[in-house]
Design a binder for this molecule. Structure first.
Ligand code: BES
Ligand code: MN
Ligand code: ZN
Length: 493
């Protein structure tokens, strides 16, 4: 989608559709100037009809009375409830409407009358517009039309063009994450993720290393080896390095779970909805999307990404409940359920990343526990951290991007719940108690004292029946986390 900034007054703008936002119970659309008596009257009648209610839209034909062929008024709800996400959602709905009408070009007046910073408003409009037409059509004969409309944003913000450019990079990275996450498991074994990582590395001057099955085994990645050994599709351990900060500056480490399909292994899952376990690679896909975005944004920082990738299958060579394996950090883990596989591969990723790169901060992303959906539902991701300064920064990024998170506690009592009688730790907690936290407690054994935050995106990584509908999300993967983490990394300095 092509989007550009323009400073022309709205009354003079030549466009097919001139769009303005309108608060609930306010009479005038924000930033929409006066035209002539006739048009002004029709506008004010339409405003009364939709009452500025969120996501309600009115379209007026001007019959060439004014430079704009049509005026579109979009309700954004009550003023005291305005957030950048309302703008993102409504901008997406406007774009879908324009697209459905087959219109090739439209204009949105950037509101400057709200409590949100203009730069954030512009980003939200660009993201909403760009993401709203996303459709995963790779395997369909009937493709969605790639003929997307052009958009101009009317604003006096001096930096608008730059903000637009960056927001397109970020939302394109979200679409990239969705594209990879939506790949079906037969088309996306771990080796394919390795190839995709190499491709974005080459495009954006990053270093990419992919360890093969034999290297994974010989380097001591006991978790990845165990989980991956039941599948004909060999595991991969993917490392991406982006270095654009000071040489002596320690990197930030991102680790993402990429189970290309999770059957549960020998502790086989029930059949219902098992197809959704193609999305068990979403943590890894989010990390890849973040790396694509930051390398295109050329952020002046150092970041290392690690994506351990396996397929969890039942087989004669599968690992079993009862096995004791050795993780990369040297700790032994008793396997009590082969379906609690994510923590095993993440433990190797965290252990290796921390040992080799001495990061200043570590973040991991995983569709780790069904318990997270029970606790928080499908609109909020769980976070667990060992550092309150870091988690509060994450919460700020969450608020700015409206990718919602809620912190769960971690203390020694939870750490005790993953101690084993026969090994150092075990891959289950006690019964169903605090399943999201005991999974994080397992990971904490591979983290130590480095500031760390764990994201459990089991509920938010793809659209589920209880997911709140948003114009900028589409059936399938959401790309959750990319916008939040890019915001965090952007505000590092
Ligand atoms: N990938 C699943 C978690 C999951 C399940 C995410 C459903 C989203 C929707 C994970 O590997 C898993 O199976 N976790 C188990 C852990 C349990 C065996 C301790 C779970 O949540 O049931
Ligand atoms: Mn599992
Ligand atoms: Zn899993």
């Amino acid at each position: 989608m092509r989007i550009r900034a323009d400073t022309i007054p709205s009354e003079k703008k030549k466009t097919q559709v001139l769009c303005a936002f309108c608060f609930e119970d306010e009479n005038t659309p924000i930033g929409l100037g006066k035209f002539n008596k006739k048009i002004d009257q029709i506008v004010s009648q339409s405003v009364k009809e939709i009452k500025g209610k969120k996501n309600k839209i009115a379209i007026i034909h001007s019959h060439k009375d004014i430079p704009a062929e049509r005026v579109l008024i979009a309700g954004i709800g009550k003023k005291n409830k305005i957030t950048s996400d309302v703008i993102r959602d409504v901008a997406g709905n406007i774009t879908k409407k324009i697209y459905d009408l087959g219109i090739k070009e439209f204009t949105i007046i950037v509101p400057n009358k709200s409590s949100i910073k203009t730069s954030q408003t512009i980003s939200a409009i660009v993201e909403g517009a760009n993401l709203s037409l996303y459709d995963f059509d790779l395997f369909r004969k009937e493709k969605s039309n790639k003929n997307q409309p052009d958009l101009s944003l009317l604003t006096s913000e001096k930096n608008a063009q730059n903000i637009i450019k960056n927001s397109i990079i970020v939302s394109d990275a979200v679409k990239f994450t969705r594209d990879v996450a939506n790949l079906p498991p037969n088309e996306c074994p771990p080796a394919k993720l390795g190839e995709i990582a190499k491709k974005i590395a080459n495009q954006n001057k990053m270093k990419c290393t992919v360890f093969s099955k034999n290297e994974i085994k010989s380097k001591g990645f006991g978790g990845v080896t165990a989980v991956g050994q039941g599948s004909k599709n060999e595991p991969r351990f993917i490392i991406l390095e982006y270095r654009n900060g000071k040489k002596e500056q320690k990197p930030i480490l991102l680790v993402g779970k990429a189970v290309t399909f999770d059957t549960g292994g020998i502790s086989l899952k029930p059949g219902e909805k098992m197809d959704e376990m193609k999305f068990d690679k979403c943590g890894g896909c989010t990390v890849l999307g973040v790396m694509k975005a930051i390398s295109e944004l050329k952020l002046p920082i150092n970041v290392v990404a690690i994506v351990p990738s396996v397929e969890n299958m039942p087989d004669g060579e599968s690992f079993r409940p009862g096995d004791i394996i050795k993780l990369f950090n040297g700790k032994t883990a008793e396997i009590l359920n082969t379906d609690a596989e994510g923590r095993l591969i993440l433990a190797d990723g965290l252990g290796y990343g921390i040992k080799h790169y001495q990061p200043s901060v570590v973040m991991d992303f995983a569709t780790l526990t069904g318990a997270c959906i029970v606790a928080l539902g499908t609109n909020v991701a769980g976070i667990v951290s060992n550092n309150s300064k870091l988690s509060s920064k994450v919460k700020s990024s969450s608020e700015r991007t409206s990718e919602e998170v809620w912190e769960l506690p971690l203390n020694d009592d939870y750490m005790d719940m993953v101690k084993s009688k026969v090994a150092d730790i075990k891959n289950l907690g006690i019964g169903r108690a605090a399943g999201t936290i005991t999974a994080a407690a397992f990971l904490a054994n591979s983290v130590g004292n480095v500031p760390w935050v764990h994201f459990d995106i089991a509920g938010t990584a793809w659209i589920q029946p209880s997911t709140k509908s948003k114009s900028y999300n589409a059936h399938g993967a959401t790309g959750f986390g990319v916008r939040l983490v890019v915001d965090y990394l952007t505000n590092q300095r």
